[in-house]
Write a protein that binds this ligand. Structure first.
Ligand code: AMP
Length: 615
């Protein structure tokens, strides 16, 4: 298997030559693994299976130490999280026997995908950190082919850690990025011009989101002339930083002017790290103040950070809703989506990073995991819903294809087998083949299966929404009112965005229902939604209060007429549980009688509900 390129050593005399040499090595590595994709995949699977020959899960299905693809595909089922839950719970409760993986599970990564309202727990092993670092190390050499000079400046990236919890068995459970930023791979990374960030690690590792954001912005503003690229993981996070700046620029300017840090920043390690950078700079403070106090914030990014060449954020999938806001704040700087990854596994990178956001395609890196693909068909373009088999029958199982066998233009659901103990696991993402890099396919990210609403990293599916709406609508029964139909949409016209539910009611006497009843309904929906949604509301403040808009009677009939006029079949028509198409949203909005917001935040605590009661 091709060797992963080494990161630069800080003993290097001539950093420029080493940067070029390393870039070339990385690009050659990408050429090699993509040219040899099928062989790399064969070896990855064989390596995973030979290491895991003794694990209970594979023995249960009678793999008997076989490491070839054919036997593996014949005996090992294609599974979802629900299938693995009993095994995962055993590990969470402290069973250290080799259930899924022969290497010790080092921690759980808490996915933003949920199961029974709680984050899914993805087992991981220590060495996966190396695999994640490898994928990160590919990004800048690729980028540098298109934009030279990125090694001469800094990146202003807003990166954050989230709270972590312990499972009853004592394993840490936290999001994958929190795990990565806290690891020595990130904290003690060697000197490398491509990982030279304006934010000191202490500001990233501060759990208090206000202090972390404030100190990262302060350092970013203070070093504004060095910044050549800006970003965050997802577009929503970057926009949150700009909004924070809109609110707090005068305090930040005061700190820049005096070279001190505001007293609200109490974390001693953050204060110390920032004070190593900050010096009084009244000229810079005047400049920032003048730019921020101009009426318009159009182009604020290029105004405050004039050397910025691009914004590095994910704007594919549901994040595409933030493209207009990013264009506005940046005067349409390139929006660069560099990678595609998840808690289960890091998947791939964008080899053409300056392409239009609507054309982004990710090349899966064949040595990250063993990949299979389940063909899917799009049923309903209007609502974007996807046909989804729950458990696969034999015919469907046979349809799964290998990485190099996918067909251009076809949609697939991604299935992975990882070094950390997931075997033929359905990630839940739908990808479309857009091209090939050598033998390795490239994919457009189409959607997360089944997700109807998403503002930030929350992913609310149809069933969760249905249950939440049912819980809330039950409260109307005592007023002799009932819910006839509903649909929802993610409104991101203001930041933070919020969920909007359109409700059509059957009411005997609407004057009997006080506004507070509907506000309680909004709150009940929020309380019933999954923990990632509630964390976004409570902790990250990345999601605004949920809104119910009551619409006139007959609105949903009009919606159906509209869908039929667009070619839907009357026999198959179902009310879509989310709407994205602007004319439909306009239609619904034109029929709104009244609207109500959730009056308070729902409850949220770190860790799974059941652990809190057990601990
Ligand atoms: P998590 O498990 O919380 O880390 O979330 C991983 C999921 O985020 C993936 O399975 C995708 O659904 C989504 N995601 C990650 N990277 C991208 C990307 N580049 N574009 C669109 N969606 C992404």
């Amino acid at each position: 298997m091709p060797e992963a390129p080494k990161i630069l050593s800080d003993s290097a005399d001539c950093i420029d030559d080493i940067v070029v040499e390393n870039n070339n090595k990385v690009l050659k590595f990408i050429e090699d693994v993509t040219a040899d994709a099928d062989e790399v995949q064969r070896r990855v699977l064989s390596e995973i299976l030979s290491r895991s020959a003794n694990v209970e899960y594979l023995q249960r299905y009678g793999l008997n130490g076989c490491t070839d693809r054919e036997t593996f595909k014949k005996v090992i089922p294609v599974v979802t999280y629900e299938d693995l839950k009993p095994d995962i719970e055993r590990i969470a409760n402290g069973d250290t026997s080799p259930i899924l993986c022969s290497q010790p599970i080092s921690e759980f990564l808490t996915s933003s995908g949920t199961s029974a309202g709680e984050r899914k727990l993805m087992p991981t092993i220590e060495e996966e950190l190396g695999r994640r670092s490898l994928l990160y190390s590919l990004l800048m050499p690729v980028m540098s082919q298109f934009l030279p000079g990125l090694d001469k400046g800094k990146g202003m990236y807003f990166l954050f850690v989230k709270s972590e919890a312990k499972t009853p068995g004592g394993l840490v459970a936290r999001p994958v990025l929190t795990s990565y930023y806290k690891s020595s791979h990130f904290k003690n990374r060697p000197n490398d011009p491509y990982t030279n960030y304006t934010s000191p690690k202490e500001t990233i590792l501060c759990l208090d989101s206000y202090q972390s954001m404030y100190s990262q912005l302060l350092c970013g503003l203070f070093q504004n002339e060095d910044v050549v690229r800006v970003g965050a993981v997802f577009a929503s996070g970057f926009i949150r930083a700009i909004q924070f700046l809109e609110k707090h620029w005068s305090l930040l300017c005061k700190d820049i002017r005096t070279g001190t840090i505001d007293s609200k920043i109490t974390d001693p390690s953050v204060r110390e790290a920032v004070m190593k950078i900050l010096k009084p700079n009244p000229k810079l403070a005047d400049f920032v103040e003048a730019e921020c106090s101009k009426g318009s914030w159009k182009g604020i990014i290029t105004r405050l950070w004039p050397e910025t060449k691009y914004i590095d954020v994910i704007v594919t999938g549901t994040m595409s809703q933030y493209i207009p806001a990013l264009d506005y704040y940046s005067n349409a700087l390139p929006l660069v989506c560099t990678m595609y990854a998840s808690s289960e596994c890091y998947f791939g990178i964008n080899l053409n990073p300056l392409c239009n956001p609507s054309e982004v395609s990710y090349t899966l890196i064949p040595n990250m995991a063993y990949f299979e693909f389940l063909p899917v068909t799009r049923k309903d373009e209007l609502t974007g819903s996807i046909s989804e088999p729950t458990a696969l029958n034999d015919k469907e199982k046979q349809q799964l294809v290998d990485l190099v066998d996918v067909k251009l233009g076809q949609d697939y659901e991604l299935v992975v087998t990882t070094y950390a103990g997931l075997y033929r696991y359905r990630v839940g993402d739908i990808l479309r083949v857009s091209g090939f890099k050598n033998k390795a396919p490239q994919f457009n990210f189409i959607c997360r299966k089944n997700v109807v609403l998403s503002i930030d990293s929350d992913k609310t599916d149809e069933v969760e929404l249905q249950n939440a709406v049912k819980n809330a609508a039950n409260q109307l029964l005592q007023y002799e009112a009932s819910l006839v139909e509903y649909t929802g949409y993610a409104d991101t016209s203001a930041i933070p965005g919020h969920y909007v539910l359109f409700w059509e009611l059957s009411v005997k006497d609407s004057t009997l229902i006080a506004p507070s009843v509907f506000e309680d309904c909004c709150f009940t929906v929020e309380e019933s939604l999954n923990s990632v949604y509630r964390q976004g509301r409570v902790c990250d403040k990345s999601i605004g209060p949920l809104e119910i808009r009551v619409v006139e009677n007959g609105t949903f009939d009009m919606l159906m007429d509209f869908a039929l006029s667009q070619g839907s079949s009357i026999n198959q028509y179902k009310t879509p549980r989310c709407v994205k198409y602007a004319p439909i949203i306009e239609l619904l909005n034109s029929r709104v009688i009244s609207s109500y917001f959730s009056p308070k935040c729902p409850r949220w605590t770190a860790g799974h509900k059941q652990w809190c009661t057990q601990n």
